[in-house]
Design a protein around this ligand. Structure first.
Ligand code: ARG
Length: 289
């Protein structure tokens, strides 16, 4: 079957080139589909914040505060708690970094696709959202050093005919979270390693995409490996296929106009890596297996 062949070759290409396949799709800009759940930084109030262990001075949107843009639908990196708070690796890491910078964290929860614009526009100081470094996003924001690696995986229902990534070409529809690398990879043209936009449905978040899988609206969901584990654990009748693809690195995005903040965050991040804090935070949420 021709399409299957193409798709199989395409997936191999995806595995081979990783993020290169993302280059042709627009990065995390736009897609501002409304419902930003929460806090918006007070516009304008740019002040120099005290810089704990960081050298040099940097500015934040609000004095003494580190506004962190995220999309809290992505456990174990970020999710909401029953009492309306936020939890996860990125939340703990943001707090640890802020402490070193002499700041307190305010989480700006929004659609994933709005984060890059919030940061480049200076409403939020940094974006931490299990965000993969891509060339396209680098046109709009700077990234810090990376703090985690990820892959894309395929979630299907237990009784699915889709048993290998090659079989993904059989999927009438693939569900992804809008604005993500998973969406970019899958919606790209077959020549570029994707399946074509017509075969992909973008959902506001991965939780909704998995619900669409369970109700038969899509035949597979392509999303980052660790959130996939959590979604599958919460949704009996779903499973993750063995083969993962597309190596990605997570990093923190910072406005291109604020290299001092990027450098201060990098310094804090290095200290937190060196003293084992980053590993401790990751181990708290991801059990070694
Ligand atoms: N790593 C993927 C990307 O950068 C997905 C991130 C989704 N994050 C989230 N908090 N919903 O595109």
């Amino acid at each position: 079957m021709r399409f299957k062949k193409i798709a199989a070759a395409a997936l191999t290409a995806v595995m081979g080139f990783g993020l290169a396949a993302c280059g042709s799709t627009s990065g995390g800009t736009a897609s501002a589909s409304g419902s930003s759940a929460a806090t918006t930084a007070a516009a304008g109030a740019t002040t120099t914040a005290a810089s704990g262990s960081a050298s040099g001075s940097f500015t934040t949107a609000e004095k003494g505060v580190l506004h962190v843009a995220t999309n809290a639908t992505f456990p174990p990196y970020e999710s909401t708690t029953d009492d309306g708070g936020f939890t996860g690796i990125d939340i703990d890491l943001a707090n640890a970094i802020a402490e070193k910078l002499g700041l307190t964290v305010t989480i700006d929860n929004m659609d994933f696709g709005s984060i890059v614009a919030a940061v480049s526009g200076g409403k939020s100081d940094i974006g931490m959202a299990g965000m993969s470094v891509t060339d396209e996003r680098k046109k709009s924001v700077d990234f810090t050093d990376t703090y985690a690696n990820s892959k894309q995986v395929i979630i299907v229902t237990d009784d699915s005919d889709i048993k290998t990534p090659d079989d993904l070409s059989k999927a009438g529809k693939i569900g992804c979270q809008e604005g993500t690398t998973g969406y970019m990879l899958c919606s790209d043209t077959p020549e570029n390693g994707g399946y074509g936009e017509d075969h992909v449905i973008a959902y506001n978040n991965g939780i909704i995409a998995v619900q669409a899988l369970l109700s038969g609206k899509v035949d597979a969901v392509v999303i980052d490996a660790e959130p996939a584990k959590e979604y599958v654990a919460a949704n009996p009748g779903t499973k993750i296929l063995d083969t993962a693809f597309a190596d990605e690195d997570y990093a923190i995005c910072v406005s291109k106009n604020n290299p001092q903040l990027r450098d201060a965050v990098n310094k804090a991040l290095k200290e937190l890596k060196d003293d084992g804090t980053v590993k401790k935070i990751i181990d708290k949420y991801i059990s070694a297996s």
